[in-house]
Design a protein around this ligand. Structure first.
Ligand code: FAD
Ligand code: FMN
Ligand code: SF4
Ligand code: SF4
Length: 823
């Protein structure tokens, strides 16, 4: 008989799962106040689905809008909730992952006990569950889990401690389980015999007078008898001290002082009494332990909750034996209890900054190295995940900082500032940036189309792995938007070249002025010996306003204007008035560039209110400092031309940009208008992907809407063609594009027979090199040259001096290294 392991498929009723790892139900705090699914909910689950987890079991979702825990909990209490769940299910299915819905009810949330309910109210609970199940099936969930455990109504009913009723809903263990079995029978009848039903139980309450395995064995057998397909064996229940933390609860979410898998014995016991598959849960993030539980037959599946918060890619890393890459959960449970923003959706408090970084850079590790002046090693830590440290040190939008735990004390760390210092220090010391460790050439050729951050990143990780990579670029320069989008006052070109030199020295070949579609086809590349193709063509097309007068001379597109400027075209706006349309970062770059080209006046108009403008706050502030006039809540109406040259533009008042459902759907007051004189009107309202690369192909790369359709890892409809970056995600960021290129490189390596490992083995242990200083210490300011009358493109932001950089590193709390004493 074949040995069963963590990655052995399993079938539960009709549900076929590729492995035995379940994402355990976990409240994500991502729903709206009325319990609706949000984009954050979807992102949270999709991020885990991508790791290859066998099944996602969602957080508890309330079947009632009254009996519910406080917080932003999901609900399936009304038919209107179904639509959002359909979106969630579809998004998870897109990642080839299955998803079940855990349904729950909580009288505890309303401060009640079973004995406080009337007989009628008990029957209403049954109806609530049945309706919840009906909606869950309608939404397309692959399974339903009945939440009969922990701090919820059903756990209160089964417990001999909390259920003191004497009617049909109470009494001995059979009486106390009456409601559970009634719910089960009704739901089974409703969903049919083939639909997978899971149940979660607390096998031991770990509280005086509560249920023990003795009662639970009987309960489990009855649940099996009435049609449950899978038993999810948890532990711990509600307790009466009113606090959130307590011994019983801690057994359900075992904390740092417990050994690995302290509740496995409970599943092992229950498994002996029933014949359906059994899940065990609780502190199983150590892959060696998780594997042994399955291999030794103690349970059929393991459920992981916090380990998948600490590291959403846990499953993938375990499957590929890359334990060194795992961000180990420290079981502090701060993700549940200590979020500094209680409204934020769940995230790990230990790897906060690293997880917020799309490239997954080990932020605290390189900050620590920088604090020891070990700059080259710090650079290499960044480079091991993101091949553009210099670029990101200057222009990254640093999502890592927005979640930094330092705000608990004062202000977030200046992570980007430290990164910038590190790259500058390495350049100063060595005159160049270090190359990564290279593997031996393997003789296989890969073509990359587009030399922007995503193409560069894919090329970097493949060349490092031994491939011969050729990057084909349509323009006469490499770098994509780094070279032809971002203005030089934010990213000096001489420094950018230093980062490009790393790629050249590694042996990446760049072929400029070669456009896929016009100059060659994907099939041509194949016949040239390229075994795989990565498409990272970005979004270089523009979006039109579609208003009268748009074709007049003097009306330009933002990206086209920046491209011409960056390619050296002689542009001057001397004594001219320039109106920039758009409220995003590109519009701000356009406006600030126009000022430097000596415009007499630069006016920016956008639909959004000030606080809704998509541009970063600091960019808007700098633009204003330099003299850009920002006009909010105006929508373009007509461009007025004289002799076919733009002369003025009229606007109408924008009342709201978004409709009631949060969709972009602007509404206007047609009678409130404004007309301004303008010699140039530069339209920066977003970019689109140019599709010409696909036109000549026999087999076309499939598109989804305006972009290329590619699943996680860059897989397209053509097996040897991969894609990523802005042309897949839509306009995004440098760091996101690098991470797309990296994941695609891993997929290409696998496709070409490699192990899919493109990231070097981690060398630095996570440990404290100095005591953590939790005293207040202000964020070190960085000098900025933005000022009125600015006329050139020299760098605006001055980096840190070493002294201030060191002070800044000293503010890091090393959240990733937890001492028990801090609990
Ligand atoms: C003005 C501006 C400012 C920005 N500022 C920031 C910022 O400060 N921080 C930040 O994080 N992000 C910023 N961004 C976003 C960031 O630049 C992009 O998200 C990122 O460059 C996307 O990388 P990419 O590799 O997917 O595409 P791109 O950088 O667009 O590169 C695509 C490359 O493919 C080439 N190409 C296109 N078609 C073909 C073809 N058929 N054949 C061959 N080559 C082709 C293009 O010429 C281009 O070189 C900015 C964007 C713009 C436009
Ligand atoms: C933040 C958080 C939220 C949780 N929410 C739920 C829930 O909604 N339903 C549930 O059955 N268990 C919930 N649990 C318990 C987990 O599913 C799991 O049983 C427990 O955390 C132990 O697993 P772990 O050690 O892998 O985290 C939650 C746990 C955490 C940490
Ligand atoms: S390390 Fe702590 S905060 Fe992070 S997921 Fe684990 S328990 Fe939650
Ligand atoms: S204090 Fe340091 S480790 Fe903690 S989130 Fe901020 S940068 Fe990361």
């Amino acid at each position: 008989m074949q040995k069963v392991g963590l990655f052995t498929p399993i079938k539960i009723n009709t549900l076929e799962l590729p492995n035995r790892i379940i994402m355990s139900p976990m409240f994500s705090n991502s729903a709206t106040k009325d319990g609706f699914v949000t984009n954050n909910t979807i992102k949270h689950y999709v991020d885990r689905a991508r790791s290859g987890v066998g099944l996602i079991m969602t957080e508890h979702t309330s079947v009632s809008s009254i009996y519910i825990h406080p917080g932003n909990r999901l609900q399936i209490s009304r038919d209107e909730h179904v639509k959002g769940f359909k979106r969630l299910v579809d998004a998870v299915h897109q990642e080839d992952c299955k998803i079940g819905l855990q349904i729950a009810h909580s009288i505890y949330g309303a401060g009640l006990k079973p004995s406080d309910l009337t007989n009628e109210q008990c029957y209403e609970i049954i109806e609530d569950f049945v309706n919840g199940a009906r909606r869950a099936k309608e939404a397309g969930f692959d399974a339903i889990e009945l939440h009969y455990a922990h701090t919820y109504t059903m756990a209160d009913f089964i417990s001999r401690r909390t259920n003191t009723r004497t009617d049909e809903f109470g009494g001995d263990i059979y009486g106390r389980m009456f409601i559970h079995i009634e719910i089960l029978k009704r739901i089974r009848e409703l969903v049919g015999k083939d639909y997978p039903l899971f149940v979660r139980i607390s096998a031991e309450e770990f509280i005086v007078g509560g249920n023990t395995l003795v009662q639970t064995r009987i309960f489990a057998k009855e649940l099996e008898k009435y049609g449950i397909d899978c038993m999810d064996v948890s532990a711990g229940v509600r307790f009466d001290d009113g606090g959130l933390k307590g011994y019983s609860d801690q057994r359900g979410k075992p904390t740092i002082e417990y050994p690995d898998g302290p509740n496995v014995y409970l599943a092992e016991d229950i498994k002996k009494h029933i014949s359906i598959p059994v899940i065990t849960v609780g502190k199983l993030g150590n892959p060696v332990v998780a594997k042994s539980v399955i291999e030794e037959g103690k349970a059929d599946m393991v459920a992981l909750a916090r380990p998948l918060i600490a590291d959403s890619m846990w499953v993938r890393k375990v499957k590929e034996n890359r334990y060194d890459l795992i961000k180990e959960c420290l079981y502090c449970t701060e993700c549940l209890y200590e979020r500094h923003d209680p409204e934020a959706y769940i995230h790990c408090m230990r790897y906060t900054c690293q997880n917020a970084c799309p490239a997954n850079v080990e932020v605290p590790v390189y900050i620590d190295l920088a604090s020891q002046k070990r700059y080259k090693e710090a650079y290499q830590v960044i480079q091991s995940e993101n091949p553009l440290p210099l670029v990101c040190g200057r222009v990254c939008h640093h999502p890592c900082e927005s979640l930094c735990n330092r705000v608990k004390i004062d202000e977030p760390m200046s992570i980007r500032g430290i990164k910038r210092y590190v790259t500058d220090a390495v350049l100063e010391e060595y005159g160049k940036l270090p190359l990564p460790e290279m593997e031996k050439p393997n003789g296989k050729k890969v073509a990359v189309i587009g030399s922007g951050p995503s193409g560069l990143s894919c090329a970097f990780f493949l060349q490092k792995k031994g491939y011969s990579v050729t990057v084909f670029e349509a323009l006469p320069v490499i770098g994509g938007m780094l070279s032809v989008g971002l203005p030089a006052y934010r990213l000096p070109r001489n420094l950018l070249e230093k980062e490009f030199d790393v790629f050249r020295e590694m042996g990446v070949e760049f072929v400029i002025n070669k456009r896929l579609g016009a100059d060659m086809s994907i099939e041509d590349l194949k016949s040239m010996g390229y075994k795989a193709v990565y498409i990272g063509v970005g979004t270089h097309g523009d979006r039109k306003l579609n208003i009268p007068g748009e074709n007049a001379e003097g009306v330009l597109s933002g990206v086209e204007f920046l491209r011409k400027l960056n390619l050296g075209e002689n542009i001057s706006f001397k004594d001219k008035k320039v109106a920039v349309i758009g409220g995003g970062n590109v519009a701000i770059d356009v406006a600030r560039s126009a000022l430097r080209l000596e415009a007499e006046k630069v006016m920016l108009f956008c639909l959004e209110k000030r606080e809704e403008m998509p541009a970063h706050r600091w960019e808007i502030e700098d633009a204003e400092k330099e003299g850009v006039e920002i006009n909010v809540s105006w929508g373009p109406k007509e461009i007025l031309a004289k002799n076919n040259r733009a002369a003025a533009i009229s606007f109408k008042k924008c009342l709201d940009v978004f409709d009631g459902e949060g969709r972009f759907n602007p509404s206007f007051d047609e009678y409130s208008t404004n007309t301004v004189e303008a010699d140039y009107i530069i339209v920066s309202i977003g970019q689109a992907m140019e599709r010409t690369f696909n036109e000549k192909e026999n087999q076309k790369v499939e598109l989804r809407g305006n972009y290329i359709k590619a699943s996680f890892g860059g897989y397209t409809n053509i097996p040897y063609v991969f894609a990523g970056g802005d042309c897949v995600t839509g306009p995004d960021s440098v760091v996101r594009a690098t991470s797309e290129g990296k994941y695609a490189a891993a997929s290409i390596d696998k496709y070409l027979g490699g192990d899919g490992q493109v990231i070097s083995i981690k060398k630095h242990k996570r440990e404290l090199s100095r005591p953590v200083d939790e005293n207040k210490a202000i964020r070190q300011p960085m000098e900025n040259m933005a000022c009125k009358g600015i006329k050139d493109f020299s760098e605006i932001e001055k980096g840190y001096e070493e002294e201030s950089m060191l002070k800044e590193t000293n503010r890091c709390l090393r959240c990733d290294v937890l001492k028990c004493s801090r609990l």
